[in-house]
Ligand binder design. Sequence first.
Ligand SMILES: *Cc1c(COP(=O)(O)O)cnc(C)c1O
Length: 393
Amino acid sequence: MIPITKPDLGPDEQEAVCRVVGSGWLTQGAEVAAFEQEFAACTGAARACAVSNCTTALHLALLAHGIGPGDEVITVSHSFIATANAIRHCGAEPVFVDILPDTFNMDPAALAAAIDPHTKAVLCVHQMGMPCDLTAIAAIAEHHDLPLIEDAACAIGSEIRLDGRWQAIGGRAGATACFSFHPRKVVTTGDGGMVTTSSQTHDQLLRLLRQHGMSISDKARHESPQVLTEAYPIVGYNYRLTDLQAAIGRAQLRRLPDLVARRRALAAGYALRLADLPGVVAPVEPEWARSNWQSYCIRLPAAADQRQVMQSMLDQGIATRRGIMCIHREPPYRAGEHRHLIHSEQAQDGCILLPLYPALTESEQDQVVAALRRALHSPARSRRLEEPVEAAA
Ligand SMILES: *Cc1c(COP(=O)(O)O)cnc(C)c1O
């Protein structure tokens, strides 16, 4: 069985966990602080604040930019549901715009057309690790004096060329970017998240919000020779990352260049193998973007039945996933008119994700593409559907 993904964990991560267990300090402490510094250095961001996951990262980033009840935030429907949930967690309402079919990312023209006096922020997504068009999107946000927050859940190690210079996602001047360390992403801590920002004010607010609004951390009080008492000036949350998770993250981060290089080689390998499959469209990078290939999303031939192709591949031992979900099709977000989200719906219904993870071998890639070829040419009834008949006979 070839799974859709497999986290790349080894002796370094095991050693990291043992080190923290031995230290006697398990939650947000020295390991989290070190992870934040190393993460800021690796993205080129001025500051990085670790939190419990990317959903809480997005929630706090929106709060730090003053988003609250009654506000509208423009984002994409073609994303994991957490993107919109984080907006709702602030009491605000997401307004969905469509994607461009080639990059699966926010259409800047659709963004420009959707801005109105209720708009209070833009939440763009670097979907599947592919950078969205930040040059255009940031210019539109700036023109309307709107904060821009980047959902970079999938995009650690992805790069974009801005003003003629390649930079990591999260490192753009003025950026607020939110990352995820869920096992489906390129770097994992089990669960975990990070907010990078160039604003010291926002960074301080994020640090208060993630730890109950506490003015002096438990760590600082523990280490002080003087008796210190803390205050709680604002209502905060418990959105901490633990030192156990941070230690795993530090080990993962050291391997990031290798992990991304391997993923890029595998993506190139798929592109070669898929070239002679008629009607299959492989994903491509715009010339200003370098993806970390967190996911590899192909468009099926128009006549193919997505579900049947996925079932046939599963029958052949290959896990796939449907295209990225459309948030506006889920019950909490169905209200309103969504006819304009045609490219988002087509991406969900007409695309599949292929297995891609560092341990995937080239011969396994051959198997994946051979299984896809058979799935596209097999008759509509899959083997799985015929099995009960055989069992009854
Ligand atoms: C995974 C993901 C999230 C949520 O990340 P968690 O760390 O699981 O909370 C948010 N947005 C996008 C685009 C994602 O892919």
